[in-house]
Design a protein around this ligand. Structure first.
Ligand code: ADP
Length: 459
């Protein structure tokens, strides 16, 4: 066992604070790093020590600057680095740089990350583990002619996807074969510019599926458990807006298939640490694996609420070398993981629903939080005087509710959103309230097309 004394979090905002809290509870000293643009940000002061990144790099690149981060980590004498989500969290070179400098990376090995790193290679891994994938190809296509052949085979509409796309970007729906050549060429050029290569593949476009994902955690001794599922079908432009656990409107038979597939795939690749396997479920309840995220996700919170397991602490202790069934992590077996009640996460952002969700910026002049029974807030960017800058994503605070029933969790979330007051920047709070109050949401029957097909949410 490695028993960490000091850990650096290579991230910012709410997830940095989330990880500091887990480290605090484990008695581990915390180290933050910050860009010039973040010099007044709250997360900095939540760590025991805090060090500036290269001020000349710019707001995003500062957090991607492996050399500087490793230097800070060595000078501060940390045992390990937690990457959070985004930034370097899926970068195998960063994992290697940590290990080469004697610093433990809190996450899977660089080999696993490489194998899972892009959508094409994770498809190949799924095939090897006999996990169903969406009909299409499992390699990058060289030419439009090849794409046309596959598209004819799977049938239109199809989706063109950039293998390295993420955050809802790098996907195009093609309805008409006449458009394929143009879309294919544009998709390749766009991928090259945005993601650094032109690896494009074709898969069948599923009409309004559900997005269901499984939280897993594995240790260094071959043990893997799942922490049940999350329904993340409420999306805008392929990005998640509201998430909940468990995915209670999917038939149990399908859920069991998804859990089995997730565990099988993880065991097959020897997956270590926390990860999420994402599936789309079609209207006939057939599940298809789409990708694996080898890191903590924004919506891990809802799985924590229903299982009572602190996933970030488990990540840290797995990296220290503890087995899942050790006294410290205390997950004795799969049967030991139980799902109690329902949890919903709403992402409060500084986006203006009345203005096409354009991010708003400025100083927050009023902040009053919603709280009380069954409400957890994970934030760090919302307080009086906080300056919401245009440099980073617009997430202000996550409101997570927990109740014995789904209806109760909806009511708690709605009540907390009603209590929340934010002035100075526009927020999506009214929009989130409309989602929670919608009968389709309350029945658990939202598909990924729910928001685009429901204009009354924008009122
Ligand atoms: P990203 O890595 O950008 O998040 P994902 O592959 O996870 O992309 O897909 C994000 C969302 O895009 C899915 O949750 C779903 O709503 C939609 N999507 C992706 N692939 C398909 C598909 N083949 N058919 C229909 N919708 C899809």
């Amino acid at each position: 066992m490695k028993q960490f004394k000091k850990v650096l979090v290579a991230n910012r905002g709410e997830i940095a604070i989330r990880v500091f809290r887990a480290l605090n509870e484990l008695g581990i000293v915390t180290v933050s790093i910050y860009s010039k643009e973040d010099r007044y940000a709250l997360f900095r002061s939540k760590a025991d020590e805090s060090y500036p990144l290269n001020p000349d790099k710019g707001p995003i690149d500062a957090y991607l600057d492996i050399d500087t981060i490793i230097k800070i980590a060595l000078n501060a004498g940390v045992d390990a680095i937690h990457p959070g989500y985004g930034f370097l969290s899926e970068n195998p070179e960063f994992v290697d740089a940590c290990e080469q400098n004697g610093i433990t990376f809190i996450g899977p090995s660089s080999d696993i990350m490489r194998a899972m790193g892009d959508k094409i290679s994770s498809k190949q891994i799924a095939i090897a583990a006999d996990v169903p994938i969406i009909p299409g190809v499992d390699h990058a296509m060289k030419s439009y002619e090849e794409a046309a052949k596959i598209a004819d085979m799977v049938g239109y509409p199809i989706m063109l996807k950039a293998s390295n796309g993420g955050g809802g970007r790098g996907m195009r729906i093609v309805n008409d074969p006449a458009d394929l050549e143009k879309e294919f060429n544009e998709a390749r050029n766009e991928s090259k510019k945005a993601f650094g290569d032109d690896m494009i593949f074709v898969e069948k476009y599923l009409k309004g599926p559900k997005h269901i994902e499984v939280q897993v955690i594995g240790d260094n001794y071959g043990n893997v458990v799942h922490l049940f599922d999350r329904d993340c079908s409420v999306q805008r432009r392929h990005q998640k807006v509201v998430e909940y656990a468990p995915a209670f409107t999917i038939p149990d038979e399908t859920r069991e298939k998804i859990f089995d597939a997730a565990i099988r795939l993880c065991k097959n690749v020897g997956y270590v640490n926390a990860g999420t396997l994402e599936f789309l479920v079609d209207r006939d309840n057939n599940p298809y694996f789409i990708e694996m995220n080898p890191r903590i996700q924004v919506e891990h919170t809802v799985s924590e609420m229903v299982t009572g397991i602190d996933i970030v602490q488990a990540q840290i202790m797995v990296a220290e070398g503890y087995a899942l069934d050790s006294e410290e992590i205390h997950i004795k077996s799969q049967e030991d993981v139980t799902c109690n009640g329902y949890s919903i996460q709403t992402r409060v952002t500084s986006e203006d629903p009345a203005n096409n969700f354009l991010p708003d910026t400025g100083e927050m002049t009023v902040y009053r939080s919603g709280s009380g029974n069954g409400i957890r807030l994970d934030g760090g960017c919302a307080y009086v005087g906080a300056v919401v800058s245009p440099h980073y994503d617009s997430l202000l605070v996550k409101i997570i509710s927990h109740d014995r029933t789904f209806a109760g969790a909806v009511r708690k979330s709605e009540r907390a959103l009603q209590e929340m007051r934010i002035r100075g920047v526009k927020t999506n709070i009214p929009f989130l309230i409309n989602v929670l109050n919608h009968p389709t949401f309350q029945s658990g029957q939202c598909y990924t097309t729910f928001i685009e097909e429901t204009p009354e949410l924008f009122r």
